[in-house]
Structures are given as C-alpha cells and as structure tokens.
Design a protein around this ligand. Structure first.
Ligand code: CUA
Length: 356
C-alpha cells in the first residue's frame, strides 16, 4: 500500500494491488478472511454469471418458446436456503473470531495515547513520561512546489512512533479538533480519533521495520499530509531507545529551569513555529485570512503578551485556533512567543526579549 503525494521520486516502490498481509497475527487473520470471502464471491460470481451466460447463448434462438409453468420445487428451495446458510457460516465464524481478537486490548505491555491534531500526530507513552509530536518532515509548500514533475514523494515524519516487536501495545486514540483516524495497514489497525472520546486498539508486531500509514478520516486542508510512520525495534533496542528518550525528556524539563539565551530561544521558536503554527499561519506569518489572520505587524504579536500567550495555550473560541496547552512544552511556548514577536511584531531590527 502506498501513501504518496506528488513530488520527488522515491526508488523501488512496488505497487501492491491487494491488501497487505501485514506483520501481526491480526493483520494475517484479516488478510486470510479477506481472501476467503474474495474467493467465495468469485466462485458465486462465476457460477451465477456462467449459468446466465449459458442460458442466454443456449436459448438465444428460442423466441416464441413457451416457458415452463411449474410452481414449486421443494428440493431446490431447500438447496438454495442451505447453501447460502453454509456460505454465511463459513464467513461469519472466522470473522467473529477475528473481531473478538481485535477488540481484546487487555493485558498490554505498553500503552500509547495517540492524539490527532490538524495536521500531525501526538504520541504519549503512558506511565513512561515520554511524549512527542510527529509531523510531516518536508514542509507542505516544498512538496507542492516539486509536485509538477509528476513523480512521487514518500511522506516522511520528523519523529516516527517507535514500538517494540513481540509486545502487546495498546493505543488509546483521541483528538483535540476534528475526527482523524490512525491507520497502519500492516498492523491491521485503523481507529478513529474523535474529540471527547477515547477509542482503543492494539497490535503485536512480529518483524522489525518501518511501517507506514496515514490519517484515514478527511480532516481538512492537509488531511493528505498527515502520515503515520512507525519504527518497530527488537525489544532490547526499544528498551534502550525508551531510556534515552526518558533522559531527553528529563533534560528538557531541566531546560525550563535554566536561563535561555535570546538567540537559542529564537532558534527553537523558529523550529516550533515551522512544525506547529506554520500549517495555518503559513511559514511567512501571512496566515490565511479570515480564518487564520496574518501575524505580520498584528496586534496579536505587538500588543499585550499575556493575551498572546492565552490564545496559544487556550485557543480562541469561535475560531479555528486550537488550544496548544498539551502540545507545547513551557520552553517551546516561550520560544514560539519570542519568535513571533521578533519576526513580525518588531521592526527595530534588534532582537527583543519579551518580558512577562
Ligand atoms: Cu487527520 Cu485526516
């Protein structure tokens, strides 16, 4: 299965027409179910259209013939009741078993909260103090500019979701704005992420590797640019990764306590703006009025800073501006506010350290 947008060529992408077998017991069950039902349908189709075609050809010169007028045939009635019943059972029994299995998210070794945002994913390793967002690695603008070549662009993310193989991982999906859907075909997992609800799904991956998916629920302008990239690691490697990630999280907590230089705050702010804010307010701050007002010289970035911070943290009721309290760390918040004020609210030519 491919998730592509127009753009730069990526070599060796074989087109797969069937659904993937995948790398989990559930995905294999779903695949074999799909094939079983597919072949049943093929056989029924061949038989029905075969008899129809045969009758049409065999009796094509029978104009004026008198049709048979018999009323019922008990044997045929029983036969065409029993055969479909048997077919239904052949489909329903494995389908029910697979569904039951898919819904049993109990006894997981790792729980991950997956939150959809327009247009990126946020992953929280529950109880592990590890959380990050996963957004499109190449700016949408750049993809659009290169798409005219008619080649293809493999949608990469800045932070892939990292999972261990051979462990049951439970996903809790939700959203902060509109409905998204977290989908990785190779896992046989597709779960809606709905604001105000928490849905549940799980997987246990067999094989290490990189697996790709994509938001599967139309969620606005950049729905097609909300890829899911999962890196599945052997258990020991995953454990190492998690320890390193936790150390990083702790370091960034300490970051909030230290003094940041204006230059490094600007640098961090520029990055944060590019991954979080630029999707709506555009890389140049011009926005997409009227839904997303331009920040350039606007009262938002020149006026009261507390109001500016409030809007970023809590969103703005009645507008598409979402709340970013759960998305930005304290340092990222300070950085992005500093960046926006200096980039578009300050024409003195000198960096200004905003004071709270
Ligand atoms: Cu998120 Cu479509």
């Amino acid at each position: 299965m491919l998730f592509l947008a127009g753009g730069v060529a990526t070599p060796a992408l074989a087109i797969e027409y069937n659904m993937p077998v995948g790398v989990t017991a559930v995905s294999r069950d779903i695949h074999s179910l799909h094939m079983t039902i597919f072949w049943i349908c093929v056989i029924i189709g061949v038989v029905v259209f075969g008899i129809m075609g045969y009758s049409m050809i065999r009796h094509r010169k029978s104009r004026g013939a008198i049709p048979a007028t018999f009323h019922e045939n008990t044997r045929i009635e029983i036969l065409w009741t029993i055969i479909p019943l048997v077919i239904l059972f052949v489909m329903a029994v494995p389908a029910t078993a697979t569904l039951k299995d898919m819904y049993d998210a109990s006894e997981s070794a790792l729980d991950i909260k997956v939150t959809g945002h327009q247009w990126r994913w946020q992953y929280e390793y529950l109880g592990e103090n590890v959380a990050f967002t996963s957004s499109l690695a190449t700016p949408r603008e750049q993809i659009n500019n290169t798409s005219e070549k008619g080649e293809h662009y493999l949608l990469e993310v800045d932070n892939p979701l990292v999972l261990p193989i051979n462990r049951k991982v439970r996903f809790l999906t939700t959203s902060t704005d509109v409905i998204h859907s977290w989908w990785v075909p190779d896992f046989g997992v597709k779960k809606d992420a709905i604001p105000g609800f928490i849905n549940e799904a799980w997987t246990r991956i067999d094989t290490p590797g990189t697996y790709r998916g994509q938001c599967a629920e139309l969620c606005g302008k950049d729905h097609g640019f909300m890829p899911v990239v999962v890196q599945a690691l052997p258990e020991a490697e995953f454990d190492e990764w998690l320890v390193a990630r936790k150390a990083e999280a702790e370091a960034s907590l300490n970051d909030a306590g230290r003094d940041w230089g204006l230059e490094e705050l600007m640098e961090k702010g520029e990055k944060t703006y590019a991954t979080i804010c630029a999707a709506c307010h555009q890389p140049n701050g011009q926005g997409m009025p009227p839904a997303f007002p331009s920040l350039v010289g606007s009262a938002i970035v020149t006026g009261d800073m507390q109001a500016h911070i409030d809007i970023v943290i809590n969103g703005k009721a009645g507008t598409p501006m979402a709340a970013f309290a759960d998305v930005l760390s304290p340092v990222e918040l300070a950085a992005v506010i500093t960046y926006e004020r200096n980039a578009w609210g300050n024409d003195t030519g000198e960096l200004v350290q905003p004071a709270v």
